[in-house]
Design a binder for this molecule. Structure first.
Ligand SMILES: O=P(O)(O)O[C@@H]1[C@@H](OP(=O)(O)O)[C@H](OP(=O)(O)O)[C@H](O)[C@H](OP(=O)(O)O)[C@H]1OP(=O)(O)O
Ligand SMILES: Nc1ncnc2c1ncn2[C@@H]1O[C@H](COP(=O)(O)OP(=O)(O)OP(=O)(O)O)[C@@H](O)[C@H]1O
Length: 391
């Protein structure tokens, strides 16, 4: 796929249908989605294996596969950017994949729209193998209902994070459950580390890799550090603890080993940050990975006017904002470091977000957060603790 197609011009899409009796295990959740490990149901020794759900040629769709009619005329399988451009799914065991089910959050996009955006806008921007592989699948309502039962049980047992309670999965048709239509879900390339092999997973956002074009010419801080300090000052004013030291994206892409290592120490966190060999290994891998330079270039080229002047309805600008908010998943093993990009959430600028972006930028400029002239007795104003970024 080498051209960007506008959403809406999407071709006929072949989508895998998951069996509704898959075994589900809760893995994690964010604000908008819950991640599950899936496995075939326990088969009786004499019964045939469960319905095989995998890719077939367009001319011979299996019974478990459906076509979504759309307004284009091409046919494509609903897979996005796995190791070689497609996510291979071992459906006999669903090995190497996780299931992502969407919560009933009205502000989030439907999975079909999210997939359309991902495959027509985002995926063509990257070479194969640099994104977390994703596949759109159809989920039977019974599967969602069982997943919701698990969430209810976890909540009753006090196992669900407090700030995630009272929000359940979309697509559960049972009366009494939160109602939102969502027939689709994603299979994701599983980045879970094998801790028994000494692996661990790092998750971080590289945020703004180039300076905001609206920052004053005598800026001392990058957009990400300026905003972090502004947020920290607000928290401190309310008597809350605040993390004001963090990853400076400019260090990561500076081309200077010492600065890049400093950024990686923030990503690794304590106590891993004091393992110099590990810091060096992860830094070498990140500075060599294609994702950072691609993100940096795209963020700049897709937002050439700056957030105060940009057309906030243009796909280019909105994609630049998406690329400033995507997540790095970095699996570190004793012998390798594997980086993938994920969480390319569609930004629409709607619901007051566009106005928020403008106001935030004005506040950063007018409040002196870029120039380092903000008012107040703040911890980073002490000699030796100043937060100053370099381009
Ligand atoms: O405003 P920022 O730069 O702090 O980014 C927001 C993120 O904050 P963080 O990465 O923690 O600094 C924020 O992340 P968290 O919710 O803090 O995890 C969201 O990703 C938010 O996007 P949206 O409103 O969900 O579309 C992000 O908002 P936008 O990317 O739409 O500005
Ligand atoms: N491909 C993956 N491999 C391993 N773990 C994953 C994967 N995708 C997500 N996770 C885990 O699940 C968590 C929640 O997933 P995800 O970020 O998709 O949820 P979300 O609701 O979109 O998050 P947000 O709060 O950013 O909206 C992640 O923080 C991560 O720990």
């Amino acid at each position: 796929m080498s051209t960007v197609q506008a959403p809406g011009s999407y071709g006929e899409l072949q989508v895998l249908v998951l069996p509704d009796d898959l075994a589900l295990t809760y893995v994690a959740e964010g604000a908008a989605n819950v991640i599950w490990r899936i496995a075939p149901p326990q088969a009786e020794p004499s019964t045939p294996p469960p319905t095989v759900v995998e890719e077939h040629s367009a001319s011979t769709p299996p019974p478990s596969e459906i076509d979504i009619p759309t307004n284009g005329d091409s046919t494509r399988a609903a897979n996005a950017n796995g190791a070689n451009g497609r996510l291979a799914v071992d459906t006999s065991a669903y090995k190497g994949v996780l299931l992502r089910l969407r919560k009933c959050l009205p502000s989030s996009e439907s999975n079909l729209l999210a997939y359309e955006y991902l495959s027509t806008v985002i995926m063509p921007l990257f070479p194969p193998g640099v994104m977390v592989g994703q596949t759109l699948v159809r989920v039977p309502p019974g599967l969602v209902s069982r997943a919701n039962d698990i969430l209810h049980h976890r909540e009753e047992a006090g196992l669900r994070p407090a700030h995630r309670r009272n929000l359940y999965l979309a697509g559960d048709p049972r009366p009494g459950e939160q109602q939102m239509v969502e027939p689709y879900a994603f299979l994701l390339e599983d980045m879970t580390p094998d801790v028994s092999q000494g692996e661990f997973l790092l998750e971080f956002k590289a945020k703004w890799l180039t300076q905001s074009l609206n920052a004053p010419s005598d800026w001392k801080r990058c957009r990400t550090c300026a905003l972090r300090l502004q947020k920290a000052a607000k928290a401190l004013a309310k008597g809350k603890p605040a993390e004001w030291r963090g990853l400076c994206p400019f260090d990561l892409v500076s081309g200077h080993m010492d600065r890049a290592k400093n950024a990686v120490r923030h990503i690794l966190g304590h106590p891993r940050s004091s393992d110099e060999a590990l810091v060096q290994r992860v830094t070498d891998a990140l500075v060599a990975c294609p994702q950072l330079s691609i993100l940096k270039e795209l963020q700049a080229s897709l937002d050439p006017a700056g957030i105060l002047e940009a057309d906030h309805k243009s796909n280019e600008f909105l994609t630049a904002m998406t690329l400033r908010d995507c997540t790095f998943f970095v699996k570190v093993s004793p012998i390798s470091v594997q980086a993938r990009l994920g969480d390319f959430d569609v930004k629409s600028g709607e619901g007051g977000k566009s106005a928020y972006w403008v106001q935030l930028e004005r506040d950063l400029i007018d409040g002196g957060w870029y120039s380092g002239t903000e008012e107040g007795e703040l911890p980073w104003k002490e000699k030796g603790l100043e937060v100053v970024c370099r381009g």
